[in-house]
Ligand binder design. Structure first.
Ligand SMILES: Cc1cc2nc3c(=O)[nH]c(=O)nc-3n(C[C@H](O)[C@H](O)[C@H](O)COP(=O)(O)O)c2cc1C
Ligand code: SF4
Ligand code: SF4
Length: 265
């Protein structure tokens, strides 16, 4: 049975979860949605399809909207089991309902939808916790990923109930997406930049090019903060200092421990 997991990720939480789920369920491929938009052929004939992405501003990223309404709708994918995992910082709110509506608009229905609480990467409001707190948080995430992975492996049916007023919130969210694109103007690149190009490689929507060894932003931003968190020099700053000061976060390569995978296999 062919299975593919698609992900969208800024700082890397959702990408790590996608890879961990793949290890647990043994999927055939884990692909960023950017690659699938360029070449949707891996979606053909897929029987189990997974979507893993973050909650940004109480909804899915705009790139997920485009992926569902364009790439998925036009693809040959007719999965018999479609699962969705939304990573978030504690307030997923309408994101599952909006995703449900987007999927329905494209003729799909999810069999399994779960939200997964992670380290919140929205540093304009929140600080990344210290090492001890992070270790405890990673332990909790690891257990939850394992649970979700095992439920998906058993092809359990578990869908989120659509919240009341989903239609109204959906249209408010939809109307906010365009304004997000040019908010990359709030980034400032300091003299600490070495021109390594990691920010450009990290950007999940190709919104950064390197010109004369400096990143240039092109106003097609998702506000994912991937460039900010991944810069090894911490050279990307915000116009307005974050409420709780600057802090950075890149998730570990995997949340699940070898023992856990071993226990479940
Ligand atoms: C721009 C932005 C907006 C966010 N908005 C929300 C939100 O509305 N609700 C929430 O629970 N978490 C929110 N978060 C936290 C992320 O959903 C969470 O950290 C997620 O795991 C990030 O995944 P990623 O590393 O794959 O991008 C936000 C994070 C960012 C960067
Ligand atoms: S990742 Fe940081 S140091 Fe590297 S090019 Fe981007 S801003 Fe400069
Ligand atoms: S430019 Fe925007 S979309 Fe690209 S990594 Fe930075 S915050 Fe994310």
């Amino acid at each position: 049975m062919r299975s593919v997991i698609c992900h969208f990720s800024g700082a890397g939480n959702s990408k790590t979860v996608a890879h961990d789920l793949s290890t647990i369920i043994g999927s055939d491929a884990v692909l960023p949605i950017g690659a699938l938009r360029a070449d949707p052929s891996p979606l053909e004939g897929v029987e189990t399809l997974g979507l893993v992405f973050p909650v940004y501003f109480f909804g899915p990223p705009g790139a997920i909207k485009r992926f569902i309404l364009e790439t998925l709708r036009e693809s040959q994918a007719r999965p018999s089991y479609l699962f969705v995992v939304l990573t978030h910082g504690g307030m997923p709110l309408y994101a599952p309902s909006i995703t449900d509506r987007l999927l329905a608009e494209s003729g799909f229905a999810a069999s399994y939808v779960q939200t997964l609480s992670m380290v919140d990467t929205y540093i304009p409001l929140f600080a990344i916790p210290g090492e001890n707190q992070l270790a405890a948080r990673h332990e909790r995430i690891s257990k939850r990923v394992q649970e979700i992975g095992e439920e998906i492996a058993r092809q359990e049916m578990k869908v989120a109930t659509r919240l009341p007023m989903a239609r109204l919130i959906h249209s408010l969210w939809d109307g906010s997406l365009d304004a997000r694109a040019s908010r990359d103007r709030k980034f400032r690149v300091t003299a600490d930049c070495t021109g390594c190009g990691i920010c450009a490689k990290t950007c999940p929507v190709g919104n950064i090019t390197m010109e004369k060894n400096r990143p240039q932003y092109h106003q097609a931003c998702e506000q994912c903060l991937g460039c900010y968190h991944h810069c090894p020099e911490h050279a990307i700053r915000l116009q307005k200092r974050p409420l709780r000061g600057y802090s950075w976060y890149v998730p570990p390569k995997s949340f699940i421990t070898k023992e856990r995978v071993h226990e479940s296999s």
